[in-house]
Design a protein around this ligand. Structure first.
Ligand code: GLN
Length: 536
């Protein structure tokens, strides 16, 4: 039977509960255990797919096509867990299911209530991830902060679950903030005490407290937290700010967190070291031999989380090439105002990520032209590929005002448009082309030399596609269609002949990159950018 770790958060949000959970997964995996991770999001949206990035940050897509919380991205980057739609539970999903059951008459005349019906549904959803796979430990992260009204049913569900599971089968970990008050020159434990008090009010007693802090905690501070929060002295784990997120597992191991969890769960497994990971972090990530400046041209660049997996995959590309990545975040509307040359000065490579809507599109098209004309390595992803196609159609093939029908319904040259099946779709939620699809690569291509295989599976999240009627004219002018979806003959990767490195794909490779297993396209894009001797 699987064992469970429940991770809650207190005091403030953005404490890095996701990274802590992912790091715990990494530490347990390194000891030979099979783990999986679940994120519970208390909002009422069924999934984050319909949310604006400013509300929620990136929408992370799994192989099975679920649009999920970005923490699942951390889970997949840190561990080998294969995540599916069952690994992200939202209030919306839970209510949707309960209300559907009620309409079908499955509650047999009962009054349907939060306790037990909603909480039972949450517990069942949590247990479901172990149904089709052997898992030793399930790590369940509860989103939000203790004290929020909306997370109460989730907390009640994990309280019940721990009781049902019994001794040695579940551990509660509470992640809190232990602030340093500059004017007093002191570290304060009171917010943590209050937060644990709040948890206790609803019947949850933490076994371990992870204290997020700027400064190292003294013995006295740890003793105080242990005493007031009613946990063992060794169960007060400090998580001091570190330079990169990939250091977190190492820092938590140093504090003895994995040993403590195994003890509490009565699991006996050998202690393998993390040398490989440590070398990656300490040598390749923190002391790289070179630097390379890459522009990311988007419209949500002020929000750190909007392109989370893109930024991480670039860092992985840096690790593989022993280079520090300096990301220049460029607002595509700035390019429209100032011109590409000014906005992109000094970069060695240009990446255009995915996106939706017309705002900023013309700036992105200018950025593509700038990369194409000046031989700057270019990597287009999803909307980035679509803008590359539009630019090529307009400026190389002479198809004036060519566009995607997403931005101009009446364009004379709709080089990007909806497939017939998408035209019928009226609902917005979960109706895009989502999840992993097969793609065949042409042997003589940059894509093949990156992947070194003819068949790949990559994750999609888009409605619009390249229109095959334009393949011939573009091919004639030097575009190479190096990746094709064999089932529907859809263009998945384009390249430009004669350019040092110009690759754009309709899928999202960033979702499958890991620090110790970089995605081949990110590795090659960074390599080409390092080799680019010209300064933009
Ligand atoms: N808006 C485009 C589409 O729906 C691109 C989507 C994306 O970049 N993820 O096809």
């Amino acid at each position: 039977m699987a064992k469970y770790i429940f991770v809650t958060g207190g005091v403030v949000s953005s404490l890095g509960k996701g990274i802590s959970s992912a790091s715990i997964g990494k530490l347990l995996e390194s000891r030979g255990l099979k783990v999986t991770l679940i994120k519970c999001d208390p909002y009422i949206n069924v999934d984050p797919g319909t949310m604006n990035p400013y509300q929620h940050g990136e929408v992370y897509v799994t192989d099975d096509g679920a649009e999920t919380d970005l923490d699942l991205g951390h889970y997949e980057r840190f561990t080998n867990a294969k995540l599916t739609r069952d690994n992200n539970i939202t209030t919306g999903k839970i209510y949707y299911s309960v209300i559907s059951k009620e309409r079908r008459g499955e509650y047999l005349g009962k009054t349907v209530q939060i306790i037990p019906h909603i909480t039972d549904e949450i517990k069942e959803s949590i247990k479901k991830v172990t149904h089709n796979q052997r898992v030793d430990v399930v790590i369940v992260e509860i989103g939000g902060t203790v004290g929020d009204i909306e997370s109460l049913p989730f907390l009640e569900a994990i309280r019940q679950l721990k009781l049902e599971l019994g001794r040695d089968y579940a551990v509660n970990i509470h992640v809190t903030l232990v602030p340093f008050i500059k004017s007093a020159g002191e570290i304060k434990t009171k917010p943590t005490q209050h937060s644990v008090g709040k948890l206790r009010e609803i019947g949850i007693i933490p076994d371990i407290i992870i204290c997020r802090t700027e400064k190292h905690l003294t013995k006295e501070v740890k003793d105080k937290i242990a005493l007031f929060c009613n946990v063992d002295r060794e169960a007060v784990i400090q998580a001091v700010d570190v330079k990169t997120i990939y250091e977190v597992p190492l820092a938590l191991k140093k504090e003895g967190l994995d040993k403590l969890i195994l003890h509490l769960l009565n699991l006996k497994c050998e202690d393998r070291d993390l040398t490989g990971w440590k070398n990656m972090v300490v040598q390749r990530l923190k002391q790289p031999k070179k630097e390379v400046r890459i522009a990311v041209v988007g419209k949500y660049i002020t929000l750190q989380d909007a392109y989370k997996s893109i930024y991480e995959a670039l860092v992985h590309g840096g690790i593989a090439n022993e280079a520090r990545i300096l990301i220049k975040k460029v607002d595509s509307e700035d390019i429209e105002k100032k011109g590409a040359e000014k906005a992109l000065k000094g970069v060695k490579g240009i990446l255009i990520p995915g996106g939706f809507g017309y705002r900023g599109i013309e700036g992105k098209i200018e950025a593509v032209e700038f990369a194409r004309v000046n031989n700057i390595p270019f990597f287009g992803i999803c909307l980035g590929m679509q803008t590359a196609v539009i630019e090529f159609a307009r400026n190389v093939c002479g198809l004036k005002r060519a566009n995607s029908t997403e931005f101009d319904k009446n364009t004379k040259y709709p080089v990007i448009s909806l497939l017939e099946e998408q035209k019928k779709v009226k609902e917005k939620g979960a109706t895009m082309r989502l999840g992993a699809y097969r793609c065949k690569l042409k042997k003589a291509s940059l894509a093949y030399s990156a992947y070194k295989k003819e068949e790949i599976f990559e994750r999609h999240r888009h409605r619009y596609e390249f229109v095959n009627d334009y393949r011939a004219v573009m091919e004639k002018k030097g575009m190479l269609f190096s990746g094709i979806n064999p089932a529907k003959s859809l263009v998945e990767i384009i390249e430009l002949k004669g350019h040092p490195w110009f690759v754009a794909c309709q899928f999202h490779p960033e979702f499958k990159s890991k620090p110790d297993k970089v995605h081949p396209l990110f590795r090659e894009f960074i390599r080409a950018s390092i080799e680019n001797k010209e300064d933009a």
